[in-house]
Design a protein around this ligand. Structure first.
Ligand code: GRF
Length: 191
C-alpha cells in the first residue's frame, strides 16, 4: 500500500502521521506529500522527513479542471493506493474520488455532522456547545461528509479559550488520525 498525504498549510497532522509511520505504527509506504500552495509549511516538514513532495496551484494548472487532472495524474503515476487528507483546504473533484473508492480519508476538527467547513473549532466554541471533538471519515463529493470511521469527544470547560480548545483538539487529532490510518491500511493489506 502506497499512501499520499494532501495538505494545504501547517502540516502538524502530517508530522504526526510521518512520525507514526517511521515508528512502524502505520504499514505501507508514505510515498508522497502534495500541497496546493508552494509555500505550505507541510512541504518543509516533508523534506525534513525525506518524503517526496510536490506542489502546484490551481492557477498554475490553468483552472480547476486541469488542476484536478494533474493531481489525479500525479497520484496514478506515483502508484498511490490510498489518499490521506490532512488540512487539505479544497473539495476533491469527482474523478479523484471515484478513482479511490473508500480509499480517501479526511480529519475534521468537530463532531460531524456538526460544524463542517473551514472553522469547525471556532464555530463549536462560539456556539457554546459543551462537547466537541474530532472526526475521521471517508471522503465523498460533499463538504466534510462521507461515512464516519471514528470520532473522539473533547469536552469544552468554562475555562477554555479558543486557543486552549484548539490545542486540545490538535492533540487529539495527532493521536487519533495516525491510529485510524494504521487500522485502515492494515485492513486493506488483509483484504
Ligand atoms: C486540522 O485541524 C484538521 O482537522 C483540519 O485542518 C487542520 C490541519 O492542521 N482538516 P495541520 O495543517 O495538520 O496542522
Amino acid at each position: 500500500m502506497r499512501f499520499a498525504v494532501l495538505a494545504s498549510g501547517n502540516g502538524s497532522n502530517f508530522e504526526a502521521i510521518a512520525t507514526a509511520w517511521e515508528q512502524k505504527q502505520i504499514p505501507g509506504e508514505l510515498a508522497l506529500v502534495f500541497a496546493n500552495h508552494p509555500e505550505a509549511y507541510v512541504l518543509e516538514r516533508a523534506a525534513q522527513h525525506q518524503i517526496p513532495h510536490f506542489s502546484f496551484t490551481v492557477k498554475e494548472s490553468g483552472g480547476k479542471e486541469a488542476y484536478e487532472k494533474a493531481l489525479l495524474h500525479l497520484l496514478q503515476e506515483q502508484k498511490i493506493d490510498f489518499v490521506i487528507l490532512a488540512g487539505y483546504l479544497r473539495i476533491l473533484g469527482k474523478e479523484i474520488i471515484e478513482a479511490f473508492p473508500e480509499r480517501i480519508l479526511n480529519i475534521h476538527p468537530s463532531l460531524l455532522p456538526s460544524f463542517p467547513g473551514l472553522h469547525g473549532i471556532q464555530d463549536a466554541f462560539n456556539y457554546g456547545v459543551k462537547v466537541t471533538g474530532v472526526t475521521v471519515h471517508f471522503v465523498d463529493c460533499g463538504l466534510d461528509t462521507g461515512p464516519i470511521i471514528a470520532q473522539e469527544v473533547v469536552p469544552i470547560s468554562p475555562e477554555d479559550t479558543l486557543a486552549t480548545l484548539e490545542a486540545k483538539i490538535h492533540q487529539v487529532e495527532h493521536q487519533l488520525y495516525p491510529r485510524i490510518i494504521g487500522e485502515c491500511l492494515e485492513k486493506e493489506n488483509h483484504s
